[in-house]
Write a protein that binds this ligand. Structure first.
Ligand code: PLP
Length: 380
């Protein structure tokens, strides 16, 4: 597929796969962990030796994802966190990283531990104001990695990737973008200047809440990428063949799922915004959202299917609202075909200051009328 091939077609065709031996239109799962050599001790297929190094089942999912993100190469990992950890494991003690002051909590919590035990300096910036990246970078002599998550968790803050890339590159840092929430359907960070894209493939890429998987996509084979390739081979944070195969299967419907969920999310955001019991709605598709203008430019064709809202009268009313929902399930995670709601204050430490009346909604592909009726009945 060429670089400008329509992503929807890339996803649906999953690399134009056709098995010439069997005629199958889907790739097979190869569970073998090891691969034989011939009588001259050459590998029968030079691409395969041991499945921690290379796994033929991964190739289709990695190629498809690299094409979707307009990247040169992609790597699958056993989870989104494993993919993210692989990036930071390549840094030496004394390195400096710059991360948003609000972001997916699992990443921040891991980074706090990792940076402390590995003597890595971590500075924070305001994800709504890229000029603060420059200030954060200037706090040390040099910076290795600038991290962006957009739209972020749980406020759906929008960071201008193009501007962030310029700032990072001016200081010789790499720009890594966690694009889990935007998906390649709406944003291609590599086209905007990012060096690496990260996905929790557990979320929209797989889309069915039944695979834990992560992925990295690189713009080119820079030295950082070579270190990450080695890190994965040697440390082995890989998914199994079945998970990689399920991910590819999930990605084939990425566009229809994400577009439908996003159309639902837009309507739900408007419904919530007009509801008397709702104090605030955080959704980048509402023009009252502080990141709306950047999102409109940066996100092509939609604003994603994740939103947060605050229920009037505090914690108890928010928890009661979640408890009264019949169709929408209270559970962590996002990006599945089913709508999930989560009270973030209950799962993050008090010091993160998440409002006690905030509920995060991962909108799925149920009929929007049913979702709105469920929310309407549950809200005070
Ligand atoms: C879920 C998530 C992660 C972590 O991914 P796992 O697959 O759960 O390890 C990282 N970043 C974002 C934005 C996420 O939503």
């Amino acid at each position: 597929m060429t670089d400008d091939a329509n992503g929807q077609t890339v996803a649906a065709k999953a690399g134009h796969f056709l098995d010439v031996h069997s005629g199958a239109v889907t790739p097979e799962i190869q569970p073998s962990t090891t691969y034989a050599r011939d009588d001259r001790y050459d590998l029968i297929n030079a691409a395969n030796a041991y499945s921690r190094d290379d796994n033929p089942t991964f190739v289709h999912a990695e190629r498809t994802l690299a094409d979707l993100e307009h990247g040169e190469e992609a790597l699958l990992f056993s989870s989104g966190m494993a993919a993210i950890a692989a990036v930071f494991y390549t840094l030496r003690p004394g390195s400096h990283i710059v991360v948003p002051d609000s972001m997916y909590w699992g990443v921040k919590a891991w980074l706090q531990n990792h940076c402390e035990r590995s003597d890595i300096f971590m500075s924070e910036y305001d994800p709504c104001d890229v000029t603060t990246i420059e200030t954060a970078m200037q706090s040390q002599n040099s910076t290795s990695i600038v991290w962006v998550e957009t739209p972020n968790n749980p406020y759906l803050h929008i960071t201008d990737i193009e501007a962030a890339a310029d700032i990072a590159h001016t200081g010789d840092a790499m720009l890594c973008v966690d694009s889990t929430v935007a998906t390649p359907v709406f944003t291609r960070p590599l086209d905007l200047g990012a060096d690496l894209v990260v996905h929790s493939a557990t979320k929209y890429l797989n889309g069915h809440s039944d695979v834990l998987c992560g992925a990295l996509v690189t713009r080119e084979e820079h030295p950082l990428w070579q270190s990450i390739v080695t890190e994965r081979q040697q440390a082995g944070a890989l998914p199994g063949s079945f998970e990689a195969w399920l991910l590819l299967r999930g990605m084939r419907t990425l566009y229809v799922r994400v577009k439908e969920a996003t159309a639902n999310a837009m309507q739900i955001a408007e419904f919530l915004n007009a509801h008397a019991s709702v104090e605030t709605v955080w959704y980048p598709g509402l023009n009252s959202h502080p990141g709306y203008d950047i999102a409109k430019r940066q996100m092509q064709g939609g604003f994603g299917a994740l939103l947060s809202f605050a229920v009037k009268d505090g914690r108890q009313e928010a928890l009661k609202t979640a408890g009264r929902l019949q169709l929408i399930t209270s559970a962590t995670s996002l990006g599945g075909v089913e709508t999930l709601i989560e009270h973030r204050h209950s799962v993050e430490p008090e010091s993160n200051g998440i409002p006690e009346n905030l509920l995060r909604l991962s909108v799925g592909i149920e009929h929007v009328d049913d979702l709105i009726a469920d929310l309407d009945a549950a809200l005070p």
